[in-house]
Each structure stands twice: as C-alpha cells, then as structure tokens.
Ligand binder design. Structure first.
Ligand code: 1HN
Length: 350
C-alpha cells in the first residue's frame, strides 16, 4: 500500500465510522446518494413488456372457475411489470389488470379515492354503472370511474366479458390518500337512464348552469369506441404527425382537461405501412392495440403486437411504432399529473 492508498483507506474507514455514528441518529450523508436522487434524466426501473392477449386469455378464463366475481369483489389478474414484481403495478404510478365477469355475475358496488378506467376487450353483454347510471360495455369502449364515485359491474349477457382496468393505485398509495367503502346495495339503483350523461355533457353542449374546476373529473363517463374511431378516421384526411400518426387525447368536454385528473388517455391511428419517428416522453405509458397489428420498438427491444395485446413503455425510453395493418391504439399514462406539476417533457427525435 502506498501513501495515497493508505490515506484513501483511512479516510474510507473514517467515513464508514462516521456514517455508522450518524446512522444511529437517523441521518445519512447526501453525497453518497446525490447522483441517484437527482439523475440527469429519468432512469426508470420500469421494464418494457408486452402481454399477448391470445396467450393470457385462457388463464383469465380459468380464474372464472376458481372464484366468483362476488367473492373476489373484483376478479382481476394484475399485469405486473416484470421489473416490479410483487408491487401490483405496471408502471411506478399506474396499475393495470384484466377483469373477467361471467354471465349472470355481479361485481358489487363500492367506491374509492383511486380513479379507474376500463377498456373493453372481449365479449358482449356486460354493463358498468357509475354514480347511478349504467352503460353497456362494447368492444373498445373507454369508461371511467372517477375518484369516489360508486361503481358496480354486471353481466346480463351470454358470454364472458373481459376488460382492461387502469387505476392510479400506486400514485394514491405514494400519497397515502386512499379511502374506500362498500355500498349497502350490491348493485346501484339507476337514477338516470342509460345515455343521459353522454347526451347532457358529451354532445358539444352542457347543462345551463354547469361549471367545473380544472381538477374535477368528466361527467361523461363513457367514450364509445364508435366515436373514437370516427374521430381518428375523420382526421386521417389531413396531414399525419410523423411521431404519433393520427393521435388525439380524450378530454373532459366541460374543461378540455383529461377525463380524470390523474390519468391521461389517448387514441391513435396508424395507417398500414406507416412508421412513426422515434420520440420519448417523461410519462411511462400503457398501450393497447384495438385494431390492426404492428411492431413497437422501445429502447433496444422490439415487440410485435396484434389486437388486444397490451404493452408498457417506460419513461424517457426511445419509442416508435410501425403498423403492418391499419392500426388503432389506446394508451394511458400519468401525463396530466406531470403537466400540472410542471414536470412533463417530450422529445421528438430524428
Ligand atoms: C376496482 O374497484 C376495480 O371497480 C377494478 O372494477 C380493479 C383494483 C384495485 C382496487 C379497486 C373495479 C381494482 C379496483
């Protein structure tokens, strides 16, 4: 050991001893963790991943034989990010799962401060009731249950129905702001006819005295796939965005903000043969293919996707899409949270 090594060794030893002494007092040195605490750019622990619906469907159905919707309260298989196993989340801020409801079943009414979205993926004949109004669930429909609204589901049809749930569970848990309660009634009594909210709030008109603050969720609680499709096809005659194809965001029509304050939702169309240029953004996002097929390139990895497949893109990872067929994708992320906090960044590359 030369003199410099000896000095380094003794100072390393001195530091360790110091850390132990201050550790006993509930303190720790910033300089050992500063780089990790304040990285030059996001280093998300989230792994890119894809769930192929054809491969997981049979397991979702198998859950139907193991437990009833009522016993489970919600019969869901959680989609866990492969790098965050055991944490019940698909990104650091968002939860995703596949929910199954069989003919004749009811998922009882409850409410919680976590906000939820549903994206209907398989089967027909189920309904969701939100705050006293039912909506029939059809393929590709995007439905919200905002924070603290009572919601229950049921299946009056003949087929198993599966949808994707997206919730802000990890975000609410981080803030220790979770509250929940069950309703006395298993199913909510209808206080409005089906379609009332969409007619009242979702047709470019509003009730005379309706005013909302920016953080209030949308009164429109179903965004029917037929309408989303029509919008995406309608804008397809105009110029295409080289990074995103034909992409729109869902809004609360009364405010222009996201349907719920914590989750941003998007739909995009990529014509057959179109390849987006790469981009990256600070919101980790979950994507669902509703029509078509193609390939997602996320960082160094590529994933082939088809109808009903679900994939996750980590924050600040280079991301591009290539459509082998005319494709429609739905996606969601915590973007509105980052935007109100002044944190959101997007970089269009190439
Ligand atoms: C929930 O209420 C639903 O209402 C689905 O369908 C998934 C995951 C965790 C907590 C509450 C639903 C959920 C959930």
């Amino acid at each position: 050991m030369d003199r410099n090594d000896a000095i380094a060794a003794s100072s390393a030893e001195a530091r360790r001893a110091f850390y132990a002494r201050i550790g006993a007092l509930g303190m720790t040195p910033l300089w050992e963790v500063l780089g990790a605490l304040v990285p030059p750019q996001p280093k998300s622990p989230v792994a890119p991943a894809l769930w192929r619906y054809d491969a997981i469907r049979e397991h979702v159905m198998e859950a139907g034989a193991l437990i009833s919707a009522e016993e489970a309260e919600r019969r869901v298989l959680i989609l866990e990010n492969p790098a965050l196993r055991g944490q019940s989340c698909i990104t650091q801020s968002l939860y995703a799962g596949l929910q199954l409801i069989l003919p004749g079943e009811v998922a009882p009414a409850h409410r919680h401060t976590q906000s939820a979205l549903r994206l209907v993926l398989d089967g027909e004949g189920a309904y969701t009731a939100v705050d006293g109004e039912r909506t029939t669930m059809r393929y590709g429909d995007f439905i919200i249950t905002p924070s603290w609204t009572f919601h229950d589901h049921g299946n009056d049809g003949m087929e198993p129905v599966v949808w994707l749930d997206g919730l802000d569970i990890p975000l609410v848990s981080f803030l220790d702001a979770g509250f929940a309660e069950k309703s006395a009634a298993k199913s909510q009594a209808a206080t409005r006819p089906e379609g009332d909210a969409l007619a009242r709030y979702g047709m470019n008109m509003l009730p005379l005295d309706h005013e909302q603050s920016a953080s209030e969720p949308s009164k429109v609680f179903v965004y029917p796939f037929v309408r989303t499709r029509e919008s995406l096809l309608g804008i397809s005659k105009a110029a295409i965005d080289p990074h995103h194809g034909f992409k729109l965001r869902f809004v609360n029509p009364a405010t222009g903000r996201s349907p719920m304050p914590t989750i941003g939702t998007f739909a995009q169309r990529l014509p057959k043969g179109f390849e987006t240029r790469p981009s990256r953004s600070s919101d980790s996002s979950v994507h669902v293919c509703l029509e078509g097929e193609g390939r997602a390139t996320i960082g160094e990895q590529s994933f082939d996707f088809g109808r009903r497949d679900i994939f996750v893109v980590p924050s600040w990872r280079t991301f591009s899409l290539a459509a082998r067929e005319d494709s429609l994708l739905f996606s969601f992320s915590d973007r509105p949270v980052q935007q109100v906090l002044g944190l959101f960044r997007e970089q269009r590359l190439d």
